[in-house]
Design a protein around this ligand. Structure first.
Ligand code: CTP
Ligand code: MG
Length: 229
């Protein structure tokens, strides 16, 4: 059994308001994806694949050289993951870890916990409890309040035994995460609670928050200084 890593990075960050790939957005002096790969650098992945926006592969290769292979991603996140999975061609027992390029502050230790949970159960995802009260809204009016005690926000890393992920991806369906595809097949997915620091950078405010957090880190407190190798 090997650990394999897929980093979907083929999105163009429409909500970030840039016309460049989001994963290459400058963040505390380095492209976002460098921080993301750094966050997981302590984990012994046998192979890693980054799915880049078609036509931008060379830009990604320049950034991730020697750390991951770069492939051409698809139109949707699910298709990018599918293409990356097929390029890895894993053995059934391998554990495939999928982690968004857009989550540069994820924790390596928590990622290991998700890998451990998936090694036991076959499928596990990182998730955070919902802190706010969640309401259903129609035409700008509240129509219901959800019971948040049984709700979590699903993020990444998401880790699956390759045989299960292969089955889930084979259906060719779309979903905003891979766990949904397993759920549709009735495959149990374990939940590992993680810190909210692994948030996904979606909007300009998210980028500002990540920038402040990374700039505020003590040198040597888990990430490299910008510009040093
Ligand atoms: N992603 C991908 N292939 C796509 C779309 C998204 O690999 N066709 C990746 C993104 O690069 C990101 C992750 O999936 O790392 C989560 O997607 P999201 O946050 O939605 O990023 P974008 O699609 O780039 O952002 P937006 O939806 O605002 O355009
Ligand atoms: Mg998107």
């Amino acid at each position: 059994m090997s650990y394999l890593l897929i980093v979907p990075a083929a999105g163009m960050g429409r909500r970030l308001g840039r016309s460049e790939p989001k994963a290459l957005a400058p963040l505390a002096g380095r492209p976002m994806i460098e921080w993301t790969l750094d966050a997981l650098r302590g984990i012994p992945f046998a192979r890693a694949v980054v799915a880049a926006p078609p036509g931008r592969e060379a830009d990604f290769e320049a950034v991730v050289a020697g750390r991951a292979d770069v492939i051409s991603g698809g139109d949707t996140r699910a298709s990018s993951v599918r293409l990356a999975f097929h390029s890895l061609n894993p053995s059934d027992a391998d554990l495939v870890c999928i982690h968004d390029a857009a989550r540069p502050l994820a924790s390596g230790a928590e990622t290991q916990s998700v890998l451990d949970a998936a090694a036991r159960s076959g499928a596990a995802i990182a998730a955070t409890p919902i802190a706010d009260t969640v309401k259903r809204v129609e035409s700008d009016y509240v129509v219901a309040t959800a019971d948040r005690s049984s709700l979590v926000a699903a993020g990444t890393p998401q880790v699956f035994r390759a045989d299960l992920l292969r089955r889930a991806l084979a259906a060719g369906e779309e979903a905003t995460d891979e766990a949904s595809l397993l759920e549709r097949l009735g495959i149990p997915v374990a939940v590992v609670e993680v810190s909210r620091l692994g948030f996904k950078i979606t909007t300009p405010e998210d980028l500002e928050m990540a920038e402040a957090l990374l700039r505020g880190r003590e040198p040597g407190a888990g990430s490299r200084e910008p510009g040093r190798s």
